[in-house]
Design a protein around this ligand. Sequence first.
Ligand code: GCB
Length: 614
Amino acid sequence: MTARNQTTSHLLIILLLLVHFTQVAFSQTTAIQNSYNRPSTSLNGKWQTIVDPYENGFYNYRYEPFENQTNPSRSAFFMNAKAKDEADLIEYNFDESQTLDVPGDWNTQDDKLYYYEGTVWYKRSFDYSKQEENNRVFVHFEAVNYDADVYFNGTKIGKHIGGFTPFHFEITDLLRETDNFLVVKVDNKRKKEAIPTLNTDWWNYGGITRSVKLIETPATYISDYFIQLDPSDDKSIKGSIVLNGNLRATQTMRLIIPELKIEETLKVNENGVASFEIKSDKIQYWSLEHPKLYTVSILAGDDQITDQIGFRTIKTDGADLLLNGKSIFLKGISIHEESPINDGRGHSVEDARQLLTWAQDLGCNYVRLAHYPHNAHMVRLADQMGILVWEENPVYWTIDWKNPATYANAKNQLTELIHRDKNRASVIIWSMANETPQSDARNTFLSNLATHTRNLDPTRLISAALEQKDYQGNPNVRTIDDAFAEIVDILSFNQYIGWYDGGIEKCNRITWNITHDKPVIISEFGAGAKYGLRGSKTARWTEEYQDHLYQETLKMIDKIDQLRGVSPWILVDFRSPRRVLPQIQDDWNRKGLISEKGERKLAFETLRKYYEGK
Ligand code: GCB
């Protein structure tokens, strides 16, 4: 081979590899729609783990990945090797290693791992008998933070990037009746080019943080559906259903909503998609007072799935926000996904119920799930409890705006979130980002995300938590001067007047010059207070200071004509490595209205009364 040919063929191989890895990372992982209600086999519980800061189980001593070898060495941890006899050298052993609970973060399960950011290998063995010979089996992860390299019976089955969205890999061809082993290399090292990036104000909890399960489907199965009210006709249920598998075998499917007497037979096209539009003048709309959910069933060949879906419209009209055509004010609170019951990352239905019940006690009809996708229980419960939801992509602060791989990653995480929650009536806003510094590259990045989101889901509104600034250099007049404000449907911004921005007395000097004819949401305001620390209303960290700031801020923001919602920062104190002040913070951001132990601070009641009057 000539040198030139060699270069060309090398380039071709690199290109093919690139295509291969991009696909592995970004397209083959889309989880099955409504994994929530699919019959499944849980793989939760104790997993054997190896902490591997040098990634010794992934690279050989020349720092070449074992997985690139045709016959990977038994030293690779994903081979789950055992010494065969006393002469055999194997320097790891999952079966003798410590266990960690799945779901769960590692930081709060082992003191040694409290600050750990790096790689931990997880292994779980299981036996499995399929119900039908021809069925397919998928291993489904609700979330792993952050990179997950997944191996099954010694073979790599895929990689997923992003800490808060579900993904799956098919294992049908590798599955045995006994002694299967699933190995996941979890790496939560922060990276400049990642989403989120190096710097955040929350704890980077690592691990398999949400449930893992096996989902068995017929050979042809219902992989996706989107069933919502037509935004331009509230007497029409519109949508599409997607099949995966042998499409010639399944040419029609049925959509049934018994309470509306809907029973439609739909034709499947050559791509496995059935689109429909069904008229009904009997639809009872999902609302805050009556969060009506309909049982919706889809039957396709040997597969069937049932969901609980609410129908409603959400729109803006000038500065008005309309739910089912009626003007609403979003009485909200921001929430991080930390367990109010156990320590660390929240994941259970009890965690979700406690957080949303506290929000309701506060008089909220709306929650901002900050700053990343929360677990599915939150939106499922919000659907049932009649609480509106803002969901957010973790595009936070100083993202690597010019990096195409960073954009692809942000887009993929957002796509996976929308894919998971597009049938939830409670979800009304997709938020693109939080407090991002303005530049042309950032504007292009966010605008492209917004266009992508509108294409995927024309039934919801788009926002982002922006920042405010002085109007024409006058510190007492504030404005929003941001190109992305022209693109969003709802103009949201964070402001900390009285905390980072002067003292509380400043609040009554501020006026607003906001000219956008759009609903405005104050997506954050707040002050730190240590529960039980009482004193003067001018002394930082006292409950009185926080309470006073709430009183003055609420008066100040009421002067904004277009104000249609608020989500103060934040419901519960949450862990952050940026918060180091001894005796006060000790790793906790203290802006919660409730302490991490569940104790309510003074400002809780102040906000509750404000909402009562709205
Ligand atoms: C913000 C951020 C939020 C922080 C908060 C704070 O503006 O959006 O993530 O936690 O301020 O407490 O400083």
